[in-house]
Design a protein around this ligand. Sequence first.
Ligand code: TPP
Length: 627
Amino acid sequence: MVKLLDRINEPADLKELTPSELEQLASEIREEIITTVGANGGHLASNLGVVELTIALHRCFESPHDKIVWDVGHQTYAHKLLTGRRERFSTIRQHGGLSGFAEREESPHDAFGTGHASTSISAALGMAIARDLAGENHSVVAVIGDAALAGGMAFEALNQAGHLGTKLIVLLNDNGMAISPSVGALSKLFYRLRLDRRYHRAREDASHMAAKLPMGTKLRQVWKRVEKGVKGIIIPSMFWDELGFTYIGPIDGHDITELETVLFQVKKYYHRPTLVHVVTKKGKGHRPAETDAVGFHGVSPNQSKKESSPSYSEVFGKTVLRLAMENPKVIAITAAMPESTGLSIVADKFPKRIFDVGICEQHAVTFAAGLATQGFCPIVAIYSTFLQRAIDQVIHDVCLQNLPVIFAIDRGGIVGEDGKTHQGTFDLSYLSFIPNMVLASPKDENELQHLLYTAVRANRPFAIRYPKGPGLGVSLEEELHELPIGKGEVLRTGDDVAILAIGSTVAPCIEAAQRLADKGIGCTVINACFIKPLDSSLILDAAQRIKRVVTIEDNALKGGFGSAVLELLESSPIHELEIERIGLPDEFAEHGSLDTLRAKYDLDTEGIVKRVLCAFPQLASLVETKK
Ligand SMILES: Cc1ncc(C[n+]2csc(CCOP(=O)(O)OP(=O)(O)O)c2C)c(N)n1
């Protein structure tokens, strides 16, 4: 059967469709998303929730002339399908394929690149002001979720938008969920708006009436109801009025007619900042995702394939629980990611000692600093990529005051399919230059437990970064013990090359050393464990003795572990050193599977062997003489 979706090459093709065809199109889009996410993984529930909303937006606005800015950009699958990317949709999140987020390079319809939350209103306001300065008149729409709207940056942007008073549409996609249920006072306000019985009564009355009216009158009626009837009776909309925004809603985000009626009116008649409050259901149209929106927020390609060993996040969560049992001062903090950081296990046992602050990483860090001043031991679990936005708080509020805050930095290194906006490949650089900070990365999940135990006793800023995904499957020692801060360990000895590794790169180095040994090349392998402070005597001894040094890290080469080693060696009197650094070059690493990307950057066993042999060609003759 020919699909309607086959006929949509650009948003203009939507304009001719009848209401029943639009419904059919929505279900075809859902089908396409479910099938593709099943194969490639991705953000399922959020995308299913915005199908009608996306159709309505593209029927009402003339993208790319009008600008649509998607916050986070994880909910842009329907948008991609309607803006000329259907053919390539099956490649989404695969290496060389479409990105799972909005990306300017990918399409002129992606007005702004996103991946991190709460940026859309700032970017949209910048575009709106640029439009005003150019004397143009197009619309600019920021589409933002209720959880992302609670991020500090979104508030900063609302504040300026209300002040400037220019024409800007903020479309709030309110599904009551972040990845987990949304938290915070603002979320409660939206909840009250959604549940207001008067709103629902008004909706029902109006739809009875509307059913009896001819078409043109129905549209007018829907509009009147939304603007005058519903808006007028809901007091909390005053919050928005005070901010300088006209508030419209709540609107049913799955009723295309209602959405279009409102959006057309706003586009035509509203010349100031306007907030359109749209209520959607996360996971809409797919029963499993509707009932388990948390589980279906992000889906792996083969959900049935169970990972064999526990993930680093799971080990982290369990260890925090143990530490919290032993020490009443331990407090866990997450920025809207209790499940994926492994902390929900703490919430079950100690609901009062875990805080979900919402998508507010900066606040999470300074909140932890405040707790630390009062003798608590806060553990802040944040993905590496999201901690980037809280660097000033780490420097100014934690390290400058030498406060004992523990940073558990999940998804350090390459993260795979989420791509450029989510790679955790800068943290070793952005944390290693900060005075007072201890920075460590475990070689396996067992070392992660011991590092956490050490950090709780260290009484100073302490960052531990660990990778995405399953651990190595090593056994987890029952008894936790302190690791000496700033000490590495020699895992293997050999006289030809010294390989200095950190974190997830240690395991492939051990394998690579064995392969090289099979060729007659002896490698010393050192697990540095700490980047700051570095184990200078261990590293200098190895460099002095072996003279051929390889450093390896799944971090940017600039400013990372290898750079720290270079700085150390530069100040030493060792001569005739040869050094090879393996890590990420000065570019943003694209999306692709973990294995593909690790191979691309020579971070796997084959890559390490290859690089050692290329860097030190004289080893070939050494092999000959040893024979
Ligand atoms: C700064 C930042 N922190 C955390 C995340 C991880 N994250 C991705 S989507 C999401 C939830 C977003 O919720 P909401 O804005 O309500 O959109 P929805 O998914 O419900 O459509 C979170 C926490 C992120 N993308 N950016």
